[in-house]
Design a protein around this ligand. Structure first.
Ligand SMILES: O=C(O)c1cc(=O)[nH]c(=O)n1[C@@H]1O[C@H](COP(=O)(O)O)[C@@H](O)[C@H]1O
Length: 234
């Protein structure tokens, strides 16, 4: 199973992104989320692909099955490596997402991996129970959503590294766990709640860690990236 540090390019526009990317001379795995994609659209994907970076397009689709299917068909045409949905969209929506991706992927090309967000790493069990009105525990909710995700034919989930081990134990090592909410011990948590260090995420078996502000707001982004990569993959 592939393991990688994915850098979240949470920048306001193309220019900020270009300035960040040009500091690196190696091929990266980057994440383009709502902020950057809504500002720049497909041209940002084209730029990153031309620079030979792998791309996780994180738009967290959550709508009726027909809409998600059509949207995924269009996203597949961008030639990205990974996309995602919210598992809360339920089984029919997730199945439709995969159908759309299959239809949109060019013949002979590899369809983008598709993963589902279980519970956001900014959510605590208390908030989930009191505001989303899910009465289960958080680990049970993540597990149930992960089971539905697998049943729908997706490749894995987004969760906290805190949940990775149980997911791999129950659903197999091949089922991808992509884990944001990564912080070094000395970092500020910001809006994240279920937080893990890169070293701990490695121990717990995460396939991908997603790291944004710890790298992008660092005084030395390249050095910080290499250090996190060494901790997670080394
Ligand atoms: O799907 C995601 O990537 C995601 C899911 C989740 O549960 N939590 C989460 O933080 N993310 C994304 O991961 C990145 C984390 O950024 P930092 O908190 O700056 O490291 C952001 O781009 C979020 O949009």
């Amino acid at each position: 199973m592939e393991k990688a540090v994915i850098i979240a390019l949470d920048f306001k526009d193309f220019e900020e992104t270009r300035q960040f990317i040009e500091q690196f001379d190696e091929s990266l795995y980057v994440k383009v989320g709502m902020e950057l994609f809504y500002a720049e659209g497909p041209q940002i994907i084209k730029y990153l692909k031309e620079k030979n970076h792998k791309i996780f397009l994180d738009l967290k689709l959550h709508d009726i099955p027909n809409t998600v299917k059509s949207a995924m068909k269009n996203l597949a045409k961008l030639g990205v490596d990974m996309v995602n949905v919210h598992a809360a969209g339920t089984l029919p929506m997730m199945k439709a997402a995969v159908e759309g991706l299959n239809e949109g992927t060019a013949p002979g090309a590899k369809r983008p991996l598709c993963i589902a967000v279980t519970q956001l790493t900014s959510t605590t069990e208390e908030v989930m129970q009191q505001q989303i009105l899910i009465s289960e525990t958080l680990p049970n909710t993540v597990l149930k959503y992960a089971q539905l995700t697998k049943e729908a034919g997706l490749d894995g989930i987004v969760c906290s590294a805190l949940e990775t081990k149980e997911i791999h134990d129950k659903l197999g090592e091949d089922f991808i766990t992509c884990t944001p909410g990564i912080r070094q011990a000395s970092d500020s948590l910001d809006d994240q709640k279920r937080v893990v260090t890169p070293t701990k995420a490695k121990e717990l078996g995460s396939n991908y860690i997603v790291v944004g502000r710890s790298i992008t707001k660092s005084v030395h982004p390249v050095a910080t990236y290499r250090q996190i990569k060494e901790e997670f993959l080394g």
